[in-house]
Design a binder for this molecule. Structure first.
Ligand code: HEM
Length: 531
């Protein structure tokens, strides 16, 4: 009869809930009162109005009214699965990250793949980057690697992100997406030339992955690997698909089901064909970072650029395997909340301003999208080797409210502390100078990697497909000036691209971007900065 006995008997673990079986379940209202049938409604007489006393019907409908939570503001359409990570080649010479400390060390993972711009019901085969988020449940706390399938990104200034994303969404007036009206899409890109590397990838053969199993993932940002003594290196993390990569052409994508990637991933795991990724890192010392900036114009805080692999070779640390589908998609995938700021000791953010903004943005949106206690949900909760607690209490749906333990830093019921193990004096960089407010400036180096794609990486058929994809997208743009600007940015990559686009669209671009003014970007290439 005690409350303790009630809790012990009635509250199931999440695992028991996942295995619920209709054969052993009696239909009841939410307060546990059995009902003879779900299709019942109490009414005043044979054709009279419904009764307010009918808790069963109101219980049903009012819960239904609240079924939706906000979809993710970006990356709304996605697929997830569970599995495990295993360390194959420890990196303890570089970091005290527990999960990379010993060969054979394992932890459970949950992965969510996604498209970026579309809504929750949008097509899996959109020409769009793909999200690739991994939650490593390590014994030292959860680590989320919130990555994309491309090594670079459209921008290096976080203030541009909401603007950029709005142009990938529906037009506020026509309510059309860029499939039918690409004016906003090209307007943004043609004002922000630092996007060109990602635009080339997006419009090229790697623009539409053939399902999530066949794509790589990249941290994109530089992160920091830190040792106990405070020594650190910058690092980039790559997740290489051990299935290889596969992509769809524009034509092929049109023949696929809207849930192509979901179906492919789910069915592969159901039949035991478990997808795997190899986790590999590039590293760079702070001194090397200064050198690549001085000599090669590569800024480690700028994710529109990659680190050359010949100079900074990949080194493998482990593999992860996805061997378990979610039993309940909403509980285990939709409510999953990944954040680049969820980092255990041994890995830290770099000063990349886009990453810095993301550290704030994700938990902020989680509190809005899932609720203040999102970390308590089974899919998000940490499973550490030790019991952890803190002074966060209450709020909506507090389920793990830390019992009767003191809710303040008490001397009567003191919480335990672990000594800091890392020498923070060394890991934190030394920053000085004035506050700088404008982060983007176009430099000639911004066009090197896209030019290499066009001139060295792609063969002629790949170039032709690229021109066709870009032309197709330009056909639905309402503004000629926007296209002139975009063609000019392409000319900065290669005159060949600009000429082919001019021929295909009948629109003549400008000679080059040197004297152009961009409303989004400080054009360091011109004499007049234009801002
Ligand atoms: C999702 C913000 C850049 C990868 C999201 C979400 C927000 C967001 C608000 C929704 C999260 C949720 O509802 O749980 C931003 C901001 C950015 C930025 C403000 C830049 C200033 C990036 C970059 C990458 C990235 C550069 C990859 C390198 C992802 C992924 C997801 C996501 C993979 C989906 C996570 C999931 O599956 O739940 N982003 N993002 N984002 N973002 Fe970003």
């Amino acid at each position: 009869t005690s409350f303790a006995a009630h809790v012990a008997n009635q509250f199931n673990s999440y695992e028991t809930d996942r295995q619920m079986d209709s054969k052993q379940t009696i239909y009841a209202t939410s307060n546990g009162v059995p009902m003879p049938h779900p299709y019942e409604a109490q009414r005043a007489g044979e054709s009279g109005p419904l009764l307010l006393q009918d808790f069963h019907l109101i219980d049903l409908i009012s819960h239904f009214d609240r079924e939706r939570i906000p979809e993710r503001v970006v990356h709304a359409k996605g697929s997830g699965a569970h599995g495990f990570f295993e360390c194959t080649n420890p990196a303890d010479d570089l970091t005290c990250l527990d999960i990379w400390s010993a060969k054979g060390k394992r932890c459970p993972v949950t992965v969510r793949f996604s498209t970026v711009g579309g809504e929750a019901g949008s097509h899996d085969c959109a020409r769009d980057p793909r999200g690739f988020a991994v939650k490593f449940r390590t014994e030292e706390g959860n680590w989320d690697l919130v990555a994309n399938n491309t090594p670079v990104f459209f921008l290096r200034d976080p203030a541009k992100f909401p603007h950029f994303i709005h142009t990938q969404k529906r037009d506020p007036s026509t309510h059309l997406t860029h499939a039918d009206d690409s004016t906003m899409f090209w307007d943004y890109l043609s004002q922000n030339p630092e996007s060109i590397h990602q635009v080339m990838i997006l419009m090229g053969d790697r623009g539409i992955p053939d399902g999530f199993r066949f794509m790589h993932g990249y941290s994109g940002h530089s992160l920091k690997l830190v040792k106990k003594n405070g020594d650190w290196v910058y690092c980039q993390i790559h997740m290489k698909s051990m299935q290889g990569t596969k992509f769809l052409t524009q034509e092929e994508s049109a023949t696929k089901s809207p849930d192509h990637s979901q179906k492919d991933l789910y069915e592969a795991i159901q039949r035991g064909d478990y997808p795997k990724w190899s986790v590999e890192i590039q590293t760079m010392t702070p001194k090397q970072a200064e050198e690549v900036w001085a000599k090669q114009g590569i800024n480690v805080f700028d994710l529109t650029h990659v680190w050359p692999q010949k100079q900074f070779p990949l080194r493998k640390v482990g593999e992860f395997t996805l061997n378990e589908n979610a039993v309940n998609y909403f509980a285990e995938v939709e409510q999953a909340a990944f954040s680049p700021s969820h980092m255990p000791a041994g890995i830290e953010p770099s000063a990349d301003p886009v990453l810095q903004s993301r550290l704030f943005s994700y938990p902020d949106t989680h509190r809005h999208r899932v609720g203040a206690n999102y970390q308590q949900l089974p899919v998000n909760a940490a499973r550490t080797a030790f019991k952890y607690g803190n002074f966060q209490r209450d709020g909506p749906m507090a389920f793990y409210n830390q019992g009767g333990r003191a809710n303040y830093l008490s001397s009567i019921d003191p919480i335990q502390f672990r000594q800091r193990t890392i020498d923070y004096d060394k890991t934190h960089g030394h920053f000085q100078g004035h506050a700088i407010t404008f982060l983007s400036q176009i430099r000639p180096e911004d066009f090197n990697a896209p030019r290499a794609l066009w001139e060295k990486v792609w063969d002629e058929p790949a170039r032709q497909r690229f021109i066709k994809n870009v032309t197709g997208k330009m056909e639905v743009c309402r503004d000629k000036e926007v296209l002139k600007r975009q063609i000019t940015i392409f000319r900065e990559v290669s005159d060949d691209i600009a000429q082919r686009l001019e021929k295909a669209t009948g629109i003549k671009g400008y000679d080059g971007i040197k004297n152009m003014k961009f409303n989004g970007t400080h054009n360091g290439m011109s004499l007049d900065p234009g801002i």
